[in-house]
Write a protein that binds this ligand. Sequence first.
Ligand SMILES: Nc1ncnc2c1ncn2[C@@H]1O[C@H](COP(=O)(O)OP(=O)(O)OP(=O)(O)O)[C@@H](O)[C@H]1O
Ligand SMILES: [Mg+2]
Length: 383
Amino acid sequence: MNDRPLVLDCQSSPIQTLLIEDKLADCHLVQGMLAKAADILFNLTCANRLATGLELLSRNDIDVILLGLLLPDSKGLSTFVKVHKQAGEVPIVVLTDLGNEAIALESVRMGAQDYLVKGHVNTDLLVRSIRYSIERKKGEVELRKLNETNRRTVVMVAHDLRSPLTAIQGCAELLHDGDIGIVSTTQQEMLGTIIRNTQQVSLLVNTFLDFEQIRAQTLHLDRDYFSLEGMLSAVAEEFKPDALARGLELRTDLGSSLLVYGGREQLARVFHNLLSNAIKFSDTGVITLRAWKEKNLVLVDVIDQGRGIPKEELPHIFEKFYRARHLDSSNPKEGIGLGLTIAQTIVEEHGGMLRVNSKAGKGSTFSVILPIAPERRKHSGSH
Ligand SMILES: Nc1ncnc2c1ncn2[C@@H]1O[C@H](COP(=O)(O)OP(=O)(O)OP(=O)(O)O)[C@@H](O)[C@H]1O
Ligand SMILES: [Mg+2]
C-alpha cells in the first residue's frame, strides 16, 4: 500500500470510521464486515501508516478509530499512546493479533474503549464494539465535564471564602487585643476561640487550594528574596497558644541571614503544617523549631518528642490522604492527610528536600533543606 489514504466508501450519512492498519487484507475484511451491518451505516477510511492516520484524525470528522498496533512507522503500545494523545474525544478500538492481547489490554487500561482479536471478529461483534465504544466515550466525556464543573465550583467557593475569613480573623483579633475597647476575660476567651477556629478553617481552605493547584500542576510561587528566620519566628508565634493549650513548650533556635528565594506564603504553609503536626501528634514534651545555614543550604528542623511514626507507616506519610490509622476522620481538626504531600511538593518546587526521622514513642524530626539564595542577587528585592 502507498501512503495515500485508502477511502473505502460504504454508504451515505455513516459513522465516520478511521481504520489505521497496514495490512490490506485486514482493511478489506473490516470493510466487508461493516458493509454487512444491517441497520447502521459506516464510512470507512483506511490509513496504512501512523502518520497518515494522525493526519486524517486532525480533520476532526472521525467518530471512531479502529487501530492496529503494528504499523510501518510505529509499533506496539507507543502506537496507541500517540493516537490516544491526539484522539481527544474520539473512541479507540484496538485491533490485535492473537497472542498480543496483553498489549491490547494495557491500551484499554490507558484509555482505549475496547480491543478485538483479528480473525476472531464477526460483523455483530465489530458493530457492537464500535457502537458501545462511541456511547461509552460520550458518557466518559460528559462525566469528565461534570466533574470539572463541580471541581471549579468548589475551588471558586474555597477561594472566595478566604477574604471573609481574613476579615473575621482581623476583626476578632482587634477586639481580642482590646484595640476597640475594653473586653472582659470571658469575652476575650470567646474571641480567642473564634480566632483559633477561623485559623483552622483558613488552613483547611488553603490546604485544599494548594492541593488543587498541585493536582492541576498549576502551583504558582510568588518568588521573592527573603530571610527565612523572620517568617519562621512569625509562624512559631502563631502556634505558641496552641502548644501551650496542649501543655507543650514551643522553642525556637533560629540563625540569621537565612536568605532564600521562593514563595513566602507557600513556604510558610510548609512550616504551618510541620508545626501543627508536631503539636497534633504530641501529648507531652518540647517542640523545637531550629534553622541554620550550612554551606549553600538553609536547614530547618521541626523536632517533637511526641508519639512518633511506626516504621511501617513511614513510607506512606507523604502520600496524599494518608493519615495515621488511629485518627478520627470525622474530626476536621485532625486533618485530611494532605499536609505533608503539599509540603513536600512545595519544598521540591524550591529545589529542596523534605526528610523525616522518627521513632515510635520517642518523637519525630522533620527536616526541610533549601538552597540558599545566591549572595550576588541578594539586593534585587531582599528585605
Ligand atoms: N510529627 C508527627 N508525629 C507523628 N506522626 C506524624 C507527624 N507528622 C505527620 N505524622 C503522620 O503523617 C500523617 C500525614 O501527615 P499530614 O500532615 O500529611 O496529614 P494530617 O496532619 O493528618 O492532615 P492535614 O495536614 O491534611 O491537616 C499524619 O496523619 C500522621 O499519621
Ligand atoms: Mg498535617
